[in-house]
Every structure is written in C-alpha cells, then in structure tokens.
Write a protein that binds this ligand. Structure first.
Ligand SMILES: NC(=O)c1ccc[n+]([C@@H]2O[C@H](COP(=O)([O-])OP(=O)(O)OC[C@H]3O[C@@H](n4cnc5c(N)ncnc54)[C@H](O)[C@@H]3O)[C@@H](O)[C@H]2O)c1
Length: 252
C-alpha cells in the first residue's frame, strides 16, 4: 500500500528538479499526478517515465504567473482525475542573486509574478474544491531565502519570505476547514536551476554551498521525501510550518 493511495496531486514545476522528483515519488506512493509546467516537453517526459513505471499521471502546460493559464490547467486536471487532494507549488525561478540596485523593475515583476503571485494564483484555483470536501494539503516550496539573506537576490529573497507568510496565513484561515498548508525551505539543491551555478559558481556562492554542516549540496529526491511526509497523514498535526531541508545552512 502506498502512502498516497487514492489521492490526486497537482504539482507545478513538475518538469524538472524538485517538482519532477515529487511527481515521480508521489506516483510511486499511489497518487494520480497532474504534472504541470511551463515546459510542456519536459513535463511530458516526466509523465512518460511515471507511466512506464506503472503509475498514473497527466502532463499539463501551465504558466503560474498567468491567471487564465492557471484556470485552464486546473480545470484540465480536475476533468482528468475529478479532484485535487494535494497541491505542491514548486515552480520558481532564480534572480541571478541581484542586489536591489541591480534589480530592474522587469526582473522584480517577473520574480514576484512567478515565485509569489504564482503560488497565490494556483492555490486560489485549487482551494475551493478542497474546502468543499473539508480536506486538502498544500505544500509550498520556499527556500532558505525565506529566513536569511544570501540564498538569492533582493526579489527572490523577498518573494520567498512572502511564501512563508502566505503559508502561515493559509493555515490560519483554512486549517479549521480541513486544509493543512506547510512549506519546505530547501538549501542548495542540485537541479536545473543550480546546475550551472554549481559547475561555474563564484567562490563566494560555492563557499556558502559547501560550508553547510552536510558539506555538500542536496538532491531533489531529498526534498521530495519531505514533501511526501507533508502530503501524508504522517504529518497530521503540522500546520503552517516552514521546514528547512538545507544540509544545515540555517545553523550558520
Ligand atoms: N535548487 C535550489 O537550490 C533551490 C533552493 C531553494 C529553493 N528552490 C526552489 O525550489 C523550486 C523548484 O526549483 P528547482 O530547483 O527544482 O528548479 P528547476 O529549474 O529544476 O525547476 C523549476 C521548474 O519550474 C518551471 N517553471 C518556471 N517558470 C514557470 C512558470 N511561470 N510556470 C510554470 N512552471 C514554471 C520550470 O520550467 C522548471 O521545470 C523553486 O521554487 C525554487 O525557487 C530551489
């Protein structure tokens, strides 16, 4: 028996990195997965892999920053599997570690629209049918940049702090209606987002990556394992937590 048997999970950013790892793991644990990403080819490959392993999944194109795209994607997911029990807001982009004076208005808006407004928009599209059933899980992928500076630039850090606040307020407002919302704060994880940085990173960036107690960067599967815990009844008393999974980054 899987930990997510009979559950339907909607995962954004599912075409790569942590979203892909969650999609594969959740399907392995019995969930039907709606794998959504702006990169349709990427997410289709993930779904092909899940199906080849005997799981159930559908690939859907979504741009989390666009309300109409979000509405269409969520409708398609609901049409396919009838409901959404678990939402993982994973899609996100990096801002090149730009300090505020080097952050153009365009970059600021792009980061906010994808990393923060995207979380709000997808949550609002999925939440009503969860509340109607009195049951639902929301997992938001924040970052150590939700706690400290240096995990991104001005816009990224502001957006990730915003995700932490949004997650807490979501719990506060809807916990009593059966919704459990929590966030994960990953440290440095080897994904599409960071591969180049780790390969060619400045000494300063690599120093912060390697000086964590774990002495290494993490793998997306190590985030997916914690997301599975938050998605399952194993975490039944957890509401509004922002859980660091960071190799110890935050102890510094
Ligand atoms: N990799 C790290 O070290 C790290 C650390 C902390 C937090 N995070 C966060 O983890 C999350 C996942 O990132 P990852 O490291 O797996 O990166 P990734 O680049 O491997 O995956 C991100 C996915 O999001 C998708 N995406 C980008 N913009 C989108 C949009 N507008 N709509 C829908 N999908 C979109 C991309 O196509 C990609 O498939 C992000 O929110 C990121 O900020 C990453």
């Amino acid at each position: 028996m899987g930990k997510l048997d009979n559950k339907v999970a909607f995962i954004t950013g599912a075409g790569s990195g942590m979203g892909k790892a969650q999609s594969v793991l959740f399907a392995k644990e019995g969930a039907k997965v709606i794998a959504a990403d702006i990169n349709f080819d990427g997410v289709q490959k993930v779904v092909d892999q899940i199906k080849a392993d005997g799981g159930e999944a559908v690939a859907i194109e979504i741009d989390v920053s666009k309300k109409s795209s979000v509405a269409t994607a969520v409708d398609k997911g609901l049409e396919e599997f009838g409901r959404i029990d678990i939402l993982s807001n994973t899609a996100g982009i990096l801002d090149g570690y730009a300090p505020t004076l080097e952050t153009s208005e365009e970059l600021w808006d792009r980061i906010m629209n994808i990393n923060l407004k995207g979380v709000y928009q997808v949550t609002n599209a999925v939440l009503p049918q969860m509340i109607e059933r009195g049951d639902g899980i929301v997992i938001n992928i924040a970052s150590i940049a939700a706690f400290v500076a240096g995990g991104g630039g001005a816009a990224y850090t502001a957006a990730k702090h915003g995700i932490a606040g949004f997650t807490k307020q979501l719990s506060f407002d809807y916990g009593s209606k059966g919704i459990r919302a929590n966030a994960i704060a990953p440290g440095a994880i080897e994904t599409g987002m960071t591969k180049e940085i780790f390969a060619e990173g400045s000494a300063e960036v690599m120093e912060s990556v390697n000086s964590v107690p774990a002495g290494r960067y993490g793998q997306p599967e190590e985030i997916a394992n914690v997301a599975l815990f938050l998605a399952s009844d194993d975490s039944s008393f957890m509401h509004g937590a922002i859980v660091p999974v960071d190799g110890g980054w935050l102890v510094k």
